[in-house]
Design a protein around this ligand. Structure first.
Ligand code: FEO
Length: 369
């Protein structure tokens, strides 16, 4: 029987989301510590409740169960939707069926809610707007492209709590929601993993939103994934600011191998990189996950790729790596190559064309038969 108790994180403020410790993937990529879909229930001074975000449709029963441990759903009179991606909006239809809340969202989110669920009469809010709801003050800050155009964050100025949705989130399933109750280094590692695979392509826009959010007086940042930041706001803030600027002096080496030849040459490439880079992280795509590679690339200047030639091309796994680099746009500015071929070659030629077209600068190529 799943635990469906709400967890109070501040006076009258409860975590009522869903926890899935066994989820192997999220948004199509590998996760190591499960997933949470955080939603928050806030009791007003009038005894009514505001729900901030919901959960994935498949987790609706867990959300309703946790809400029921605090109050009857009919007492939810306001629903704030910070972001309409299905992991946060999937239970909107169920909430609207069991309660009749006023829905608050950005103009973009209101359009998406209408398109996705037929939701009408959303009260739209914009950056800087403030609403008194149930005796508490709520402020809204639009954060477009962190991670969709519709994103915003919700701030309780009197309580100094920021409900940040995807920003500062991590894939880290835990029944103890506070950062101080968990391994902080794991939470920060997972925050970088999350940033790389979700937020990284939009880091220029994210930088402005993150700076604006961090300029607020903050006692608590409550994201919609993972732990709630309390004593470590400074550390997650610095990590985000560093990842958003993309300044790095590290290298990431990634290789695939068919018969072991390219794997054997990884050390030679590493030695070459060592002349310039102190920190080098190595991944073998035969066993390592692409999402972990992207987490390392989020803090790398150099990408070194090792690939055999496979019917005239890089291997499919290396092809996927290049596609991920093109889509997620890590801050790398340089690349290098190594690898093997038997009779035709081709991997180096195709990788050079592709990576040059992405604007990266080649520093060396150790590919040979
Ligand atoms: Fe957690 Fe962009 O959704």
């Amino acid at each position: 029987m799943k635990n469906q108790q709400a967890i109070q994180i501040a006076e009258g403020i409860y975590c009522v989301g869903a926890i899935d410790k066994d989820a192997p993937r999220f948004h199509g990529y590998h996760v190591s510590h499960g997933v949470t879909f955080n939603a928050y229930l806030v009791r007003g001074t009038d005894g009514k409740y505001t729900l901030i975000d919901t959960v994935h449709r498949d987790k609706t029963d867990e959300l309703l169960g946790r809400i029921a441990s605090v109050t009857e759903p009919k007492n939810i009179t306001a629903l704030i939707i910070n972001h309409t991606e299905p992991d946060h909006s999937g239970a909107v239809p169920a909430i609207l069926q069991t309660a009749k809340p006023v829905v608050y969202a950005t103009v973009a989110a209101a359009k998406f809610l209408q398109a996705m669920y037929g939701t009408e009469n959303v009260q739209t809010v914009k950056s800087g707007d403030t609403r008194e709801i149930g005796g508490r003050t709520y402020s809204f800050l639009a954060t477009p492209m962190v991670h969709w155009p519709d994103n915003m964050v919700t701030y309780l100025p009197n309580e100094k709590i920021l409900f940040s949705n995807d920003a500062f989130g991590q894939h880290f399933a835990t029944n103890q929601p506070l950062d101080t109750q968990n391994n902080i280094n794991t939470a920060l590692t997972e925050a970088q993993h999350y940033f790389a695979n979700i937020v990284m392509p939009y880091r220029a826009q994210a930088a402005k939103a993150v700076d604006a959010a961090l300029s607020l007086p903050l006692d608590m940042i409550a994201p919609s994934h993972g732990v709630v930041w309390t004593k470590n706001i400074d550390r997650i803030g610095k990590l985000y600011q560093s990842l958003c600027t993309g300044e790095s002096v590290a290298a990431t080496l990634v290789f695939d191998s068919l018969w072991g030849g390219t794997a054997e040459r990884a050390q030679e490439a590493c030695d070459e990189l060592r002349k310039t880079y102190e920190k080098i992280t190595v991944f073998d795509l035969r066993t390592d996950h692409m999402s972990d590679v992207m987490a390392a690339l989020a803090a790398s200047k150099h990408l070194c790729i090792g690939s055999p030639t496979y019917n005239g091309y890089p291997t499919p796994r290396i092809g996927t790596l290049v596609a991920e680099v093109e889509a997620l746009r890590p801050p790398v500015t340089e690349y290098s190559l190594f690898g093997t071929f038997a009779w035709g070659g081709g991997a180096s030629k195709h990788l050079t064309q592709k990576l040059d077209a992405l604007g990266l600068q080649k520093t060396f190529d150790l590919t040979r038969a």
